[in-house]
Design a protein around this ligand. Structure first.
Ligand code: ZN
Length: 195
């Protein structure tokens, strides 16, 4: 399995490690590259906002793979569903408020709850945007054009997303998620609605 990380600089980049004999197909089908690329759409956030950055990259890697036909729509739903289940399982033993846990994620090995609570946040945001005839990818595109700044906080980012979507979708969800100690409920029916 390859692994990667984002190198912040001017410009930002990705460092990708993989087997020298990895085939093109293996690299194309692995999620790592899409995950790291998705990180580049948003600035680096402080540790307590990691649930938001990792949730975004995890959700977006699946959107990118679905839309570029690396995975089918069915696989897209399966992957989200399996990931959310891992997050739910881990929440049984990792019950701190989400932003506190994110701050201490590596020490606690709490990646599943942190990544997938964040993904659930963006799934909910996407569904709410869809109701208004918008989408997360459109929103991120506009964010990149008008408002990207390399230094920001989770709160500022959320305010900007609200402004861009002319809604309170993001601040409302953020208030619910940042201190939550349970795992969000996302149904299969909701996943099927994602376009
Ligand atoms: Zn990541």
């Amino acid at each position: 399995m390859p692994w990667g990380s984002v190198r912040r600089g001017d410009p930002d980049g990705i460092e990708l490690h993989f087997d020298r004999f990895a085939s093109f197909t293996q690299l194309r089908d692995d999620w790592t590259l899409y995950h790291e690329m998705a990180h580049l759409y948003l600035p680096l956030l402080p540790y307590s906002g990691f649930w938001l950055s990792e949730g975004f990259a995890t959700y977006m890697q699946n959107i990118i793979m679905r839309d570029s036909k690396v995975i089918t729509r069915k696989q897209f739903i399966q992957r989200l569903s399996a990931g959310l289940e891992r997050g739910r399982q881990q929440t049984r033993t990792k019950q701190q408020p989400l932003s506190e846990l994110a701050d201490d994620m590596w020490q606690q090995g709490a990646q599943q709850r942190v990544y997938w609570s964040g993904s659930a946040f963006f799934i909910e945001a996407e569904l709410a945007l869809q109701q208004q005839g918008q989408s997360l990818t459109q929103l991120i595109k506009r964010y990149r054009e008008c408002c990207y700044s390399s230094k920001t906080t989770a709160k500022k980012l959320i305010t900007t997303f609200d402004q861009l979507s002319r809604s309170a979708i993001f601040s409302t969800l953020y208030a619910r998620y940042t201190q939550r100690t349970d795992f969000p409920d996302i149904t299969r029916e909701q996943l099927i609605l994602l376009r």
